[in-house]
Design a protein around this ligand. Structure first.
Ligand code: CTP
Length: 408
């Protein structure tokens, strides 16, 4: 998906070893459809060349405020006028200081100060752990926050200098996700949301089990969309091979019972609960501790099933007087979706249910969904799962803001 199509990003590099990651970030931006204008400080050119950044962005790189190639010599004004965002990555300790004080002593800092108010400034700090933790740096970082500058990271880990701790620049793919998220409306800011996703795996013995074809893609897309909307997201996930969306806390489980236990341990202080997981209705009651062997007489093992707890119905029954958590269910049907979806919403006792045709969606990248609420149903036409997830999050935010009890 070309998430940044039509976006114009000014990518600023200040001096730091993490400049090597800026090359990858530039590529990631252009692959996502953005046009990228690179601006480098003099210090950055000691870590990576302008030629490399020019090749990756497909544009001339600006490094100097006295650049005679700029016809009106106003690069600090012109470059940001039609920009959608300025991203400074890496942002050094010294560049943070400059931003905190409104310094204008090179092209990039002048450009940041001269940017129009509607152009967001996003920075990815990169520095040694002691430099990051230094009180002067922390004072400056606080000033940037107060000034409305968005700060991505830094992460903790091994540093180029051999020390370990906070100060690593986020990885390019994480920064890409953060920049994409920065363009989304923060309709769930301050909300806590728990999401179940993926299949469950019900053991028969230590090496075998029963599962289903859910890939987890929809649940993970909902988790990402919720995080993009500003929520604090906990994702309780059955076994899938998907990467965790950046900033989402994932709890891994296997069986329906484990999913039930993980949800119940933390659901009561959530504002929203979305059950996307394809939970197995039954587990094997007589699962074996040891691997089952074939019977010499050729008879099949005598497996007994028992029903799993219904996670969504249990959470819905705990909804408190303030309407928390607002419960959203998913229904995977194989036929008669409009009737079965409406019935299932009532049966589960939830305000919103998302219906889809199971074998049309499991493992696919796109889907068609129908929303069922007390007023009837609405079809969201076929789209990729992230687009649908964003629409769903927006629908949920509208419903909870209408819910007077949600008002603070
Ligand atoms: N669900 C759940 N716990 C279960 C079973 C289902 O939380 N033990 C949730 C799913 O995550 C989904 C919704 O309930 O949000 C509906 O799941 P589905 O399998 O379609 O419905 P069932 O309740 O199992 O009904 P049936 O299989 O009879 O259609």
């Amino acid at each position: 998906m070309m998430e940044l199509t039509g976006k114009k990003i000014v990518l600023g590099l200040s001096g730091g070893v993490a400049c090597y990651k800026a090359a990858e970030l530039c590529r990631a931006f252009t692959k996502a459809g953005a046009s990228v204008q690179v601006v480098m400080t003099e210090a950055a050119t000691h870590f990576i060349t302008a030629v490399t950044m020019q090749a990756l962005s497909g544009r001339q790189v600006y490094t100097d405020q006295w650049d005679p190639r700029v016809s009106n010599n106003m690069a600090h004004i012109d470059v940001t006028r039609d920009a959608d965002a300025i991203v400074v990555a890496p942002c050094s300790t010294d560049f943070i200081r400059k931003l905190a004080h409104g310094a204008c002593d090179d092209l990039l800092s002048t450009m940041c100060v001269a940017r129009p108010r509607h152009v967001p400034l996003l920075i990815a700090p990169a520095m040694n752990v002691e430099m990051w933790q230094n009180p002067a740096t922390q004072r400056n970082v606080q000033q940037l926050r107060d000034d409305g500058i968005t700060i991505f990271g830094p992460a903790a880990g091994d540093q180029a200098c051999g020390e370990v701790g906070l100060g690593r620049m986020l990885e390019p793919e994480q920064l890409l996700e953060e920049v994409i998220a920065s363009f989304q409306q923060k309709v769930l800011a301050g909300k806590r949301i728990m999401i179940t996703a993926g299949p469950t795996f019900e053991p028969i013995d230590p090496v075998r089990g029963i599962t289903n074809l859910s890939s987890g893609k929809m649940g993970y897309a909902v988790a990402r969309a919720a995080r993009e909307a500003g929520a604090e997201v906990t994702l309780v996930s059955g076994p899938v091979t998907l990467p965790v969306p950046f900033g989402v806390q994932r709890i891994n489980v296997q069986s329906a019972q484990q999913m039930f236990d993980a949800v119940m341990a933390d659901v009561d202080h959530q504002h929203i609960f979305i059950a996307v997981a394809a939970v197995a209705d039954w587990r094997i009651a007589n699962a074996s501790e040891q691997k089952l062997k074939k019977n010499p007489d050729g008879t099949a093992p005598d497996l007994k099933f028992e029903q799993n707890p219904d996670i969504l119905a249990t959470v819905a029954a705990r909804t408190n007087l303030a309407g928390h958590p607002y419960c959203v269910g998913f229904a995977a049907e194989s036929e008669n979706l409009v009737k079965f979806g409406a019935d299932k919403r009532e049966k589960k006792g939830i305000p919103l249910l998302v219906g889809n045709i199971g074998h049309h969606t499991f493992g696919q990248d796109d889907n068609t969904i129908i929303l069922f609420d007390e007023n009837g149903h609405t079809i969201l036409p076929r789209a990729d799962k992230l687009t649908l997830a964003r629409q769903l999050i927006s629908e949920i935010s509208k419903r909870i803001s209408q819910h007077s009890l949600f008002a603070k």
